[in-house]
Design a binder for this molecule. Structure first.
Ligand code: GCU
Ligand code: CA
Length: 130
């Protein structure tokens, strides 16, 4: 059973603006990060027990090139998420990654690795492994 954390939610930090101008998002908007490698998207995720969890991030990249970002969980890099183009800003797709969480609060941050910044980020769904 997954818990959803919206990019515009109170437990998230979006270095940019919360926008609504591209349809198909969940909740009340999405995170449009500034187009710079210093703009990040961060989520605080609660886990009832330490263990493996599946993180499904929904994003749109209407640009023509990848917008890669390092996924940093509690300070440790897990992967570089490629964030390939989705062809249009209203075409959303999912990236699923497995992470290790600790009991209690966890920080999941995507740090862009190029000057283009991140794609638009809608939410993450986090589900403990069963
Ligand atoms: C456009 C688009 C934004 C997007 C931006 C970008 O301005 O409307 O939603 O974030 O491009 O290139 O990052
Ligand atoms: Ca942007």
């Amino acid at each position: 059973q997954a818990t959803r954390y919206e990019g515009e939610g109170s437990g998230a930090t979006c270095t940019g603006t919360i926008d609504t101008n591209h349809s198909g998002y969940s909740g009340t908007g999405f995170c449009n990060g500034d187009n710079t490698d210093s703009a990040f998207a961060e989520f605080t995720v609660q886990a009832s027990a330490a263990g493996t969890a599946t993180v499904r991030l929904r994003y749109a990249n209407g640009g023509t090139t990848d917008r890669p970002g390092d996924l940093i969980v509690n300070g440790t890099r897990v992967e570089t998420t490629p964030f390939a183009s989705t062809g249009a800003w209203n075409t959303w797709t999912d990236r699923t990654v497995t992470v290790q969480l600790r009991e209690g609060a966890n920080t999941l941050r995507w740090d862009p690795t190029t000057a283009g910044g991140l794609p638009n980020i809608d939410y993450i769904d986090v589900a403990p492994a069963t």
